[in-house]
Structures are given as C-alpha cells and as structure tokens.
Design a binder for this molecule. Structure first.
Ligand code: DGY
Length: 315
C-alpha cells in the first residue's frame, strides 16, 4: 500500500512545477485557503496570492509555505514565523535574468525602443529624419541604484560595462559593491538629483512602500529615466503618471506596476514615454526552471521538517 501523499494547496502551478511535483504531493485548489481544512500540510504560492495569518489559521496543519520567486511581500512572513511555519523562496538563481531585464528597460526607455518600434511599423514612417526620436545617452551617464542587494549588485556590474558611474542608496552601506564596481554611497535625495537613470531594486517592505512619490520624482532631472524591477508598490503610480505626463522626468521603464496589471484604461498606458512589460524580470526558461526546482525542493524539505534551501527572513 502506498504512503499517503502530503496535501498541498497551490495557486495554479505551471507545467514545469507540475512536472517536479508529479506523484509527490496531492494538489488542492487555492479555494481551500478560504474554506479551511485540518489536513493540509503545505502551501505553494506561484502568482503572488496574499497569504496572511488568517489563512494560516484556517490551515492549522501546514508545515511549510513555499514561494516560487524571491519576493515574498505577498506573504506575511512575520505571521508565519509567529506560527513556526518556515517560508521558502528562491533568491540567487534569478539575479542575472532580473538584472538583464533592468538593463533592457533602461536601454529601452532611454533610447526609445518601444515607441521607435511602434513608429517604424506605422504608416507615418516614410522617410528617415535625423532630427527625430532623440533619446538620452546610456554610456557614460550616471546610474542610481536603490537597493544594493544581490540584484542591485548584478545590475551594477552590467552598468559598469556601459561606462556608467554608479551611485547607490541602501539601508546599510555595501563595501563589497563599492569595491567591486566603484559604486558610491549616496542619500536618496542626492541619488535622485544626480542620476540620469534611477533603478529600483529593493524589496517591497513597510519602509519602501511608496518610496518614490511626487516629491521624489520632482527631485530627479527632467532628462532622467526611472526603471522599476522591484515591486509596483515602491512607486506611487498616480504620481509617476503625472510626472511622465508633465515631463517632470523624461521616461520610465517598468517591469512591475501597482496594481498589477494596471486597469486597461489607466492613462499611463497611453503615454509614449513609458515602456512596460508584464513582470518578466525572471522570465527565461533557464531561470524559471531553477526557480521551479528550488521552490519545489523547499516545499518537500519543509514537508519533511528539514532545513530549506532558502528561508525568507522577516524584514
Ligand atoms: C520574484 O522572484 O520575486 C519575481 O518577481 C517573480 O515573482
């Protein structure tokens, strides 16, 4: 007789995850977090569903919450810690892909890739005009990185190859980044005032929620670009819309928005000086495979009561 499989609530896992989970657990629909059940062993989160103490209390048997991704702002890690439930996540494996996306958005927003593409396809493009669609230099400009963790540092390495000067703002100084890429620590105000590109790479926490609002955008250069590869909630969306509309800043490149997705009729979607992709920072086959593998490994370890590959800290 085969042993009973652990029962795990999951929100629509993708095919890759299903492959890793096949035969190892019994998957239950997310609705069980609403109805509650005594015999659920774990939670697997994939598309950022809100997971708080009330949900944990409705599933009193859970021994692990495993998240497919590094950012766990949608999970109340403190509530989990208070209940002795470890939260697994997948840092490290996505640094390269996410930093690549940061640079892609920086280049796209600074050099007008998306509106250039739209124009090149349009009936308006009849003759090349050297006076149109100027952007701003990327090479030899100044990049301000907000949040100099692993992803911020990976961005800094790439920016160095573009001969950019690098400023950074972080909760604490990062001497290793200063040494590795010659990054200079700055206050947030100084970074905003001096940077040609500001890239947000910090986690979303109570401290960083709404960090970039109207006042901060007004401190940026009118020629500057804001890139967000962190979380939408780090930026006040209405303030960003107004700053882009009124040319308080030059442009923005967004991997994430608040809310996500934006309402289809949101006015920011009508602006040409914003490039938006639908949260694709880590979306490569290679990186998503590693995230799927590590998050399932965390799940299985948690179910067995073993130490996780990576346990998310309470921030
Ligand atoms: C992450 O890993 O946090 C990415 O944003 C995907 O969710």
């Amino acid at each position: 007789m085969s042993a009973k499989k652990p029962r795990v609530v999951a929100d629509s896992p993708d095919m890759m995850v299903l492959e890793f989970l096949a035969d190892r657990v019994e998957l239950l629909p997310w609705e069980v977090t609403v109805s509650g059940a005594d015999d659920v062993d774990g939670i697997y989160t994939y598309s950022h569903p809100h997971t708080n103490g009330a949900i944990m209390d409705r599933l009193p048997g859970i021994r692990i919450i495993s998240n497919y991704g590094v950012g766990v702002d949608h999970i109340n890690v403190k509530d989990a810690a208070d209940r002795g439930i470890p939260v697994g996540h997948t840092p490290g494996v996505l640094n390269g892909a996410t930093a690549d996306m940061g640079m892609a958005l920086l280049l796209a927003a600074g050099r007008r890739l998306a509106d250039g593409d739209r124009y090149a396809r349009s009936p308006q493009f009849l003759v090349h005009d050297p006076g149109f669609m100027w952007g701003h230099e990327v090479h030899s400009s100044t990049l301000g990185i907000v949040g100099m963790g692993a992803i911020g540092q990976t961005v800094a390495k790439r920016a160095k190859a573009f001969d950019m000067d690098i400023l950074y703002y972080n909760r604490r100084r990062r001497p290793e980044a200063e040494e590795a890429v010659g990054a200079t620590y700055a206050s947030l105000d100084e970074l905003l005032a001096k940077s040609d590109y500001v890239m947000l790479c910090c986690p979303l926490t109570a401290e960083t929620q709404g960090l970039i609002g109207a006042a901060e955008l007004a401190k940026m250069k009118p020629t500057a670009t804001l890139v967000n590869i962190a979380r939408g909630g780090v930026v006040d969306t209405q303030a960003l819309y107004e700053a882009l509309r009124d040319k308080v800043i030059w442009s923005a490149g967004l991997d994430v928005t608040d809310p996500e997705p934006l309402p289809r009729d949101h006015p920011i979607l009508k602006l040409d000086n914003v490039t938006i992709v639908p949260h694709l920072g880590s979306a490569t086959l290679q990186t998503r495979s590693k995230m799927a593998e590590n998050s399932v490994e965390n799940l299985m370890r948690g179910l067995r009561g073993e130490a996780l590959l990576n346990q998310a800290p309470v921030l």
